[in-house]
Design a protein. Sequence first.
Length: 672
Amino acid sequence: MWDGDKYWDGDRDEDKDGCRDGDEGGTGNPTSDLPSLPTPIPSAGNAAFPMDVTGIACAALLALPVVALVVLAQRLGLLYQLFHKVEPQSPRHGGELVAEVLKAHGVRFIFTLAGGHISPVLVACEKVGIRVVDTRHEATAVFAADAVSRISGRIGVAVVTAGPGVTNTVTAVKNAQMAESPLLLIGGAAATLQKGRGALQDIEQLSLFRTLCKEAVSVRTVRGIVPTLRRAMATAQSGTPGPVFVELPIDVLYPFHVVHKEITGTRSARGLRGKVVQWYLQNYLRNLFAGAWEPQDVSPLPVKVPLATEDEVQRCAELLSRATKPLVLVGSQALLPPTPAEELRAALEALGVPCYLGGAARGLLPPNSPILLRQNRREALREADLVLLAGTVCDFRLSYGRLFGRGAAIVAVNRDREQLLRNSDVFWSARLAVQGDAAAFVVRLARSLPGYGCSREWLQRLRERERSKEQENREKALIPTEQHLNPLELLQVLDELLPPESILVADGGDFVGTAAYLVRPRRPQAWLDPGPFGTLGVGGGFALGAKLCRPEAEVWVLFGDGSLGYSLVEFDTFVRHKVPVIALVGNDACWSQIAREQVALLGSGVACSLQYLGYHLVAEALGAKGFVVGRQDRERLGSVIRAAQDSCRGGRPVLLNALIGRTGFRDGSISV
């Protein structure tokens, strides 16, 4: 377990940023942890120093032991121990408190990769009925927790072991932060007494996550587990949602008798110094467990969501009523709780304003909705005289705001102030900027305009362009590539065969970018992509979390052959945990998203080439079902996809390895 060396340390008071006093820079030495002697004051004669310097120095020296005792008492919680019980014989451990809090917050799954630092949490969660799903990489665990939070509306939870277990999650946590996904990452840590002394997998973890998380805290006593977790989970979901990190050192998770053995050892103390150290360790241990099992409130704390004012809603209503060519751009943030997706959809349909949906908002409107647009967004934005950005951000996805027409009234609604005004007054400016929940704003806007009707001429013009572009795409799908399948044809066949209860996970570059134009999500929260960070490798985790949340749904992962490399081994996870999903791999033996521009601009395809590998055989070796299709299978694409669906419904994960050629469909797309 941990190495058993005996160190001088103790409980620290928490400061406002969630760290503990003395966490950084402390030596852990009994003498260096005590207040240092005051710096001697140089003598400058009686005129300059009329006070008795010697008297002051003597007083300071006499006061030093008193100060040291106060500090020591505080570190060891001696006063707290007088009023709260320590139960040395109790078999309970801190993992049970973690499980109680998670259960009270409606957590149904935790995702993990096993490690000794976190074993009590995993065992306790299993006992209270929380499903423990272990993956083959910690990043996958966080991606799965991210998917749970997006689809279920409840906070997703990942639990990873100390050191490399924690560091392996950094990319996934950053992805969740930029996608505004509320999740809780629990990380194991070395025992508090061994911090900074070379214990197994001991590193400074909090500093890694302070820029990635809304809160990064360490728990120092068993009694601190419950309040810390409650506050952290409320923080993750309040305001602009995001991840939080809670570090649980190993000595707050294991039972008293285990920690006692490791801290105090078996040898009796010798000499005065040994007895003093032994006394310190015994009191440190008692403080660690004092009040640990006293009843605590484990229920969720209130979640705070910013809302627009009535005046802001009314001002937007006035702007919209005067507009003749309005557009609404709905971003992922609009799908956050507490407003139900169905209520937001009804509000958009009541307004009747043409809509483009991005990110997690894809699928909010049904595929045949008359106000849903998917093509020609650039042209529509240039012509619009009012654009409502409902949770949409003016970053690279909107050319930093350069797409808006001159004189257009831009209304931006976002929970986050920085995102709300991203690139404003550089390429665009807001007529109205509202810091508040986008979904609630749209619902209230629709209620304030009960008789509003969008220009029929404007909508018909956009719909005609939409039909023309879709016909053009159908014609492109019929053009043979130099070799293998035309990816447009493959994706159109898939779109025709998707059932209403389906979820699409996007993990790739060129192939997935093509799918975004051709494959239509059937319902809200049915499209999962990385978000603005553009992370590859989300596929395995997103699919895992999605299928567990909606076991009745048919979950498809659209992989590029490059991105599949991050998740291929997770087919073992799918098989072991009986999570049947279908992976469709667009296998063009290339990092095509990068190669397209790199070759054209720099004249070399270095590092962009892959091979047409038999990924389906790897999946079969891991216990899944594999299929492969190429140009010779054009006429039976539908039957192969149906066979994959049948295998999935039978409980077996599937990988469909589609050998595809290259097209010019996405020439000019952004890759940097």
